[in-house]
Write a protein that binds this ligand. Structure first.
Ligand code: PLP
Length: 450
């Protein structure tokens, strides 16, 4: 095999990039990383980047947290591999399920493990189908989600995802219904107040349920704050308007907390930040602070009882992954929850979120091409526009957000281009000085483009 010389050429030659703007990466070369230091990552050429992307929202304790690595090593030494299947599970899995129910907003519940957020959403859909069929309602199969939602990449979770690129795969599958994205700035109509917008979306939900038939709908999935859709907090009162409608029609509400969970919005769960109680929670990413691929479905009391009853009736819940509840993942998750909740990381998000918001607002005042700043906690997006008043987007082959992200990379900051917006979701360990460095580098990147 002829091996090209540079790391970048080798990356290009042998790896297929996912979710990557290929013209950019071909022109610039991939950033090939060797290690991390706190919130920084370092590439093969020794360049150091402040990662305001936290890897992919997940490396909340930074890239070299000793306690997490030690928890992993201790478990690898003790009992490296097993699963939560066939009536066996590791002690770590037992302890993690207890901990997850304890820190969940539910007073009771049950946990099922997967290897990723996509699989956790997929699993939840299968659980709902299994449950409804066992209760004599096999026709309850339709899933309600929102446009711009991101729930993953498996065929089912991609069908729940409301992004146009999935049409490249002929998705969504039939029966996945996308309601309007609750983004007032983006989808509010002229003259419509935010409250009226929320009410319109609530009516759309009710009309959809009546049109489709409540007895054909399996469940509703929503991220408390849409993450990969471009950091979109719900319009005011959104969940308070939507929940009663779902309850009235006995449709389970699933909060996809893969990004929001464990502190990102300033509280343990995004549903706490937005004041609503779901029927189940989907968790991943922060669950292991990014050190192990793991997802979890956390069922609240009603669904826990009903899914358990369905499983008893069938004498089995016929679903599970080889590495479900992997002991090393569980040991890391136990430590990660402790680190985030008890070692001041969640507290740091609460303390520094106002500094992040104020810094971004100041940048927005200086940069007329920022049309909207939106976010909460440690997840924010700046939407780029040609003209703020008319909200006219930029055009051009290379999206403006891609150009900004590339310019930021050049000054040592990793941030994420999503549609027309630039997303910042730093690790929770950021110090004040690192927060200021992030804001300063972002502005340097913006100045290079505008
Ligand atoms: N749900 C949400 C809200 C996400 O943001 C993501 C990933 O970004 C997923 C699900 C899918 O998780 P994974 O990439 O681990 O499959």
């Amino acid at each position: 095999m002829d091996r090209p010389q540079s790391w970048q050429a080798r990356a290009d030659a042998w790896s297929l990039y996912g979710f990557t703007d290929l013209p950019s990466v071909h022109r610039r070369g991939a950033v090939v990383l060797t290690h991390g230091e706190g919130p920084y990552v370092v590439d093969v050429d020794g360049n150091r980047y402040l990662d305001a992307n936290s890897g992919l929202w997940n490396m909340v304790a930074g890239f070299d947290h000793k306690g997490l690595a030690e928890a992993a090593k201790a478990q690898y030494d003790r009992f490296p591999g097993y699963h939560a299947l066939f009536g066996r599970m590791s002690d770590q899995t037992v302890m993690l399920s207890e901990k997850l129910v304890e820190v969940s907003p539910f007073d009771r519940g049950k946990v099922f493990y997967t290897n990723s957020g996509s699989e956790a959403n997929d699993t939840m859909v299968k659980m709902l189908w299994f449950l409804h069929a066992s209760e004599g309602n096999p026709q309850r199969r339709k899933i309600l989600t929102r446009s711009n939602a991101y729930h993953g990449v498996t065929a089912v979770s991609a069908s729940m995802t409301g992004k146009p690129y999935n049409s490249a795969f002929g998705l969504p599958l039939p029966g996945f219904i996308h309601l309007t994205c609750p983004h007032y700035w983006g989808f509010g109509e002229a003259g419509e107040s935010e409250e009226q917008f929320t009410q319109r979306l609530a009516r759309e939900l009710e009309d959809t349920i009546l049109r489709e038939g409540a007895d054909t709908i399996a469940g509703f999935f929503g991220e408390p704050v849409m993450g990969a859709g471009g950091v979109i907090p719900p319009s005011s009162g959104y969940f308070q308007a939507v929940l009663p409608i779902l309850r009235r029609h006995a449709i389970p509400m699933i909060a996809d907390e893969v990004i929001c969970g464990f502190g990102r919005t300033g509280n343990t769960w995004g549903c706490q930040t937005y004041g609503f109680m779901p029927d189940a929670i989907i968790s991943s990413k922060n669950l292991t602070a990014g050190l192990f691929p793991m997802g979890a479905v956390i069922l609240g009391p009603d669904l826990a009882d009903r899914v358990q009853a369905a499983a008893e009736k069938f004498e089995e819940f016929p679903h599970g992954f080889t590495a479900s509840g992997h002991p090393v993942g569980c040991a890391i998750a136990l430590k990660a929850i402790d680190v985030v909740m008890n070692e001041g990381l969640a507290e740091n998000v609460r303390r520094l979120a106002p500094r992040m918001e104020a810094g971004l607002r100041a940048i927005m005042q200086r940069c007329t091409h920022i049309g909207e700043l939106r976010g909460v906690g440690f997840m924010w997006a700046l939407e780029a526009v040609q003209d703020r008043a008319s909200k006219t987007p930029f055009d051009g082959a290379l999206s403006v957000s891609e150009r900004i992200a590339n310019a930021c990379t050049d000054v040592g900051l990793i941030c994420r281009p999503l549609g027309q917006s630039i997303v910042l979701c730093p690790p929770f360990i950021l110090t004040e000085a690192q927060m200021d460095e992030m804001l300063d580098k972002l502005e340097q990147g913006l100045v290079r483009v505008f």
